[in-house]
Write a new protein. Structure first.
Length: 250
């Protein structure tokens, strides 16, 4: 029986992939045989991530594009399809946070987070679907957050953007299913990254008290789920939101 987790001859575009969760996803897909395209706005880190992917035996390309701008995304997808024969996987991972209380939040903070986290994902989905429609196959994973499910004080813009991704996921899944394209979302909880390491120890302890597994997750644990969702092992799964949160929400 063929290994349903292998991604040989498939091409994956991962946004915001120069570091953190995005980079872990790139490496997981690369190790499974996929060609990987690393999108980011940080060229130096993106090139370093590409070198790591190549060390896994994968073909790796870097695309420096701001996904907020539809034309930039369109050109990026054209570049990918010119280089590779197919575009099979899209992982919308790019995201930012500009925290603040509602009464103090500026229009710029609101607009910037919604533009990157939600509009950026929409731009990428719209751009890749023409190719996927012709192939009559494809797998899309949107990286949301448990904050989009439960909300959080001081993160109304972030929560709204990540909740919006869930609606986008379900609508796209219904729209694309007849073309053989699956769309799912992953909602990570507290994941061990440079961002969480900067949280004061007393606040980290408070967060951990609410997590039944009593630890932060790792970027690899998120990447493993994404790998499953874009592989043939999950070919009967679409329109779902899966939490990777140590049991925080259940």
């Amino acid at each position: 029986m063929d290994n349903v987790y292998r991604l040989d001859d498939r091409t994956a575009l991962v946004t915001g992939a120069a570091q953190g969760i995005g980079k872990a996803i790139v490496l997981a897909l690369a190790k499974s045989g996929a060609n990987v395209v690393i999108n980011d706005i940080n060229k130096e880190l993106a090139e370093a991530a590409a070198e790591e992917a190549r060390a896994c035996g994968a073909q790796a390309a870097v695309e420096i594009a701001d996904i907020v701008h539809p034309e930039a995304v369109k050109k990026m997808v054209e570049s990918i399809t010119n280089r590779f024969t197919s575009l099979d996987i899209l992982v919308n991972n790019a995201g930012i946070a500009k925290d603040g209380y509602i009464m103090r939040m500026t229009d710029e903070q609101w607009d910037m987070v919604l533009s990157v986290n939600l509009k950026g994902a929409f731009n990428c989905i719209r751009a890749v679907t023409r190719k996927m429609f012709k192939q009559r196959s494809g797998a899309i994973v949107n990286i949301s957050s448990i904050i989009g499910v439960m909300g959080n004080i001081g993160q109304v813009n972030y929560a709204a953007s990540k909740a919006g991704l869930l609606g986008l996921t379900k609508s796209a899944a219904k729209e694309f299913a007849s073309r053989g394209i699956r769309v799912n979302a992953v909602a990570p909880g507290y994941i061990q990254t440079a961002m969480t390491e900067a949280i004061p120890e007393n606040i980290q302890k408070k967060y951990l008290e609410g997590i039944p597994l009593n630890r932060y997750g790792t970027t690899e644990e998120v990447a493993n789920l994404v790998h499953f969702l874009v592989s043939d092992a999950s070919r009967y799964i679409t329109g779902q939101v899966i939490h990777v949160d140590g049991g925080l929400i259940m």
